[in-house]
Design a protein around this ligand. Structure first.
Ligand code: ATP
Ligand code: MG
Ligand code: MG
Length: 327
């Protein structure tokens, strides 16, 4: 038996998988399986990252979708999508779906942690934003929603002193015309339309991007909700309450709003009350109210998905035109 009780493949350093890849190290472990560092014995001196999916039917099927989407992106990009992780190939091994990827470096959460959660400089944040938007612009053109943009799913590849920012983990992705799941996105980065159970589309990724960029800059998650209820309260604390028309569109709004459309406010586990509009984004960022970065992230954090900036317009935002010292 090659699996543990939870369906994880039992990885042993030095073992080979598929007669080709020698296991060197475990790089990451998630709900879907493990990602391992391997030496590729078919290509001299090369290393790859292999995602070994747990042998569970549902995860296997999701892995199939991840492969389909990554291959599709690769086929339509013709080299222009260097900000999306490259898939090399995939195979079945001892009942596990395995996906072979180009080897990348640390993820953005590792970087934030290495920096002791004190936040990174604005030039780095801008570089991440710019490169991530290039990947999101490609997804947007192909009508693919990533559905799980967060620091752990953005990796850095160091190429001769230059950072290449790469989006990974298409395990929850879907085409915009085929949104089957309602329970998507990691809670801190979950968009209002997903929380409230509305129709959703490409703008949910822009919401997550806004949350991610603030977190990179401050070192702490912008909306660290312990529950979906608290998640929405934390959002309202910063961007105010949504309109009645917006609330009416949600199939789950009754869990968050009273009959008169006022938010249901309750203390969290530490007895804290989050009052709507009681926190300002400029105070969270410690930036003046005319800061270009503040303006940029505010345009990602709009209630209405239609009002949120698109990747194409975001790439043209004036924040990217100036090289600032502190803002
Ligand atoms: P989750 O359970 O959070 O959805 P996941 O199990 O779907 O995650 P990934 O996000 O694809 O798996 O990978 C998990 C972790 O493994 C990543 O956060 C990253 O740190 C590491 N990793 C993934 N792909 C690579 C790669 N190509 N090179 C280096 N490290 C990688
Ligand atoms: Mg992941
Ligand atoms: Mg995933």
């Amino acid at each position: 038996n090659f699996n543990d009780s939870k369906g994880f493949y039992k990885c042993i350093i030095g073992d080979h998988i598929f007669y080709r890849y020698e296991i060197l190290k475990i790089l990451g472990r998630g709900a879907f399986g493990q990602v391992i560092l391997c030496k590729d014995h078919k290509i001299y001196n090369s290393q790859v990252a292999i995602k070994i999916i747990r042998n569970r039917k549902k995860l296997y099927n999701q892995g199939k979708i991840e492969i389909e989407i990554l291959k599709y992106i690769k086929s339509c990009g013709k080299g222009s999508n260097k900000n999306i992780v490259e898939i090399y190939h995939s195979f079945n091994f001892r009942g596990h779906l395995c996906i072979v990827f180009e080897l990348l470096g640390p993820n953005l959460f590792d970087i934030i942690k290495q920096n002791h959660f004190r936040g990174l400089n604005i030039q780095f944040v801008k570089e991440v934003a710019n490169q991530l938007l290039k990947s999101m612009n490609i997804l947007s053109k192909e009508k693919i929603i990533h559905c799980d943009i967060k620091p752990e799913n953005v990796l850095i590849k160091n190429v001769k002193k230059n950072n290449e920012i790469k989006l990974i983990d298409f395990g929850s992705s879907c085409f915009e015309n085929n949104t089957i799941y309602t329970y998507i996105q990691s809670r801190f980065y979950r968009s209002p339309e997903v929380i409230l159970g509305m129709k959703y589309g490409l703008p949910i990724d822009i919401w997550s991007l806004g949350c991610l960029l603030v977190e990179l800059f401050t070192g702490l998650p912008l909306f660290p909700g312990e529950s979906e209820q608290e998640q929405l309260l934390l959002i309202m604390q910063v961007i105010g309450v949504p309109s009645k028309e917006f609330i009416q569109k949600g199939t789950r709004s009754k869990y968050f709003f009273n009959d008169d459309y006022s938010p249901i406010i309750f203390p969290n586990s530490r007895g804290l009350l989050h009052k709507p509009s009681s926190k300002k984004l400029c105070s969270i960022l410690h930036l003046p109210s005319d800061s270009l970065f503040l303006h940029f992230v505010s345009s990602c954090l709009e209630w209405e998905p239609e009002k949120r900036i698109t990747p194409e317009n975001a790439l043209k935002h004036i924040w990217f035109k100036f090289h600032e010292k502190s803002q």
